[in-house]
Write a protein that binds this ligand. Sequence first.
Ligand code: NI
Length: 226
Amino acid sequence: MMVHIPQVLSAEQVSHCREVFARATWEDGRGTAGHQSARVKKNLQLPEGGPEARALGDLVLGGLEKSPLFISAVLPRRVFPPLFNRYEPHMAFGSHVDNAIRPLPGGAERLRTDVSATLFLSEPDSYDGGELVVEDTYGSHAVKLPAGDLIVYPASSLHHVTPITRGARLASFFWVQSMVRDVSQRALLFDLDMAIMRLNQEVPQSPSLVMLTGVYHNLLRQWSDP
Ligand code: NI
C-alpha cells in the first residue's frame, strides 16, 4: 500500500528547509545504510542528530501530527527522527530493502520499521531523474512528488532512487513503527476509514456510520499494539 500525502509541509516551510540546506555541511550518506545498502547508496546526508537535522526533523514531525491522512494510513506508534538527503548529478541509490530494526537516538530503544516515508523537498521540474521506484506485487511504481508532499510505502518493499541527471533532489526520509504491524491489516483499516469518511460526507445521518465506526475500532482493538 503506497499512499501519497499532499502538503505535509507548506511552501514557506519548504523554503525554510532549503535555506538551512544551503548553509549546512553534508556528509556521505552511507553512514546510516546497512551492509548491503551501503554498496549501492551514493548520496549526501545531513549529519544524524546534528542541529539542522533535529530542527527540521521537528518541523516534519509537526506536519505529520496535523495530517489525518498520514495517521489513518500509517497508524503511527513511533516515528524515527527524520533524516535529510541530497542527490546531485550521478548520485543514486540502487535496489535495497530498508533495515528491519533501527536503534533510536540514545541507543536504549529500537524501532521496527513497518513503513518507509519520503518527503520531497525539491520541485519536480528543478531536477531530472531522482524518481523513487517501489516494487510490489503489482509491479514497480515511480514516484516524484511536489515539494512538501510525502509518500509512504511498506518498509518490506524493494526500492531504489534513479540517478540524477540534472539539478539536485532534496528530501527527508524516515521510518515508522505502526500500531498495526501487518501491512494487509493496515490496508483494510485504511480502506474502511476512508469509506466511513466518504459516507459521512454523502449520508451524514446514516445509522450505518455508527456501526461501521464500531467495526473499525473493534478491528483496531484486535490488531493493534498501541
Ligand atoms: Ni531505502
